[in-house]
Design a protein around this ligand. Sequence first.
Ligand code: HPA
Length: 247
Amino acid sequence: MYAIIGGSGLAKLSALQAPRRQVMRSPYGEPSGALTFGRLGGREVVFLARHGYGHTIAPHEINYRANIWVLKDLRVEGVIAVATVGGIRADLGPGTLVIPNQIIDYTHSRKATFFEGADAPVTHIDFTQPYSERMRRALLEGARACGEAVVDGATYACTQGPRLETAAEIERIARDGGDIVGMTGMPEAALAREAGLDYAALAVVVNHAAGRGDSRERVKLDELEAVMHATILRAVRIVEATVRGAA
Ligand code: HPA
């Protein structure tokens, strides 16, 4: 069974057939909401809304540890994380779908590890390649199978939020090598690695990042809805095709 974590614009996976909700708890507290089990692409999947079903949990307030812990507890075969982002690189404008292969973490003060506390041994994980190549390949193959264009490889910069970035911050992130910017990719990806879960992301570009393209003066948040809805629909098609085809 695969897990899908839905971000902004994807609080409910209406493509799920025979959906059933189940409340789960973790030693780290409550996940973002009940898990929804159902069938997608002919297979059983489990869906979790990262911001809660009513979109009430801000990026810095998400209990990433509880979310990943319950997926680990369910022994899912892999995790597909859908997340909206701003585009920094000129060719990654609104409406682009990206399967990132690298991460830069600018977040702070988030509970970012399972390995802490007096009796936990000091544990380091390898994070050279932060995403599972198997899940990235599965997403790329899913996109190919349903005829949706995706960009293969980009560096996802994760900011603390909930405010958007300044133009100078985006300039700095671009100099650092960041291609897209979001607020929820970390510590989610690192916790998945700690938990031994195969995790990859499908990023949905909904705006030019601050200071870029038509966000030169400001990010027009009120205009994001339309592109978000249209692009999320394409993302769901890819997720469905990925689940159908995944080994
Ligand atoms: N910055 C950070 N997170 C985001 C953005 C952005 O421009 N767009 C969507 N999520």
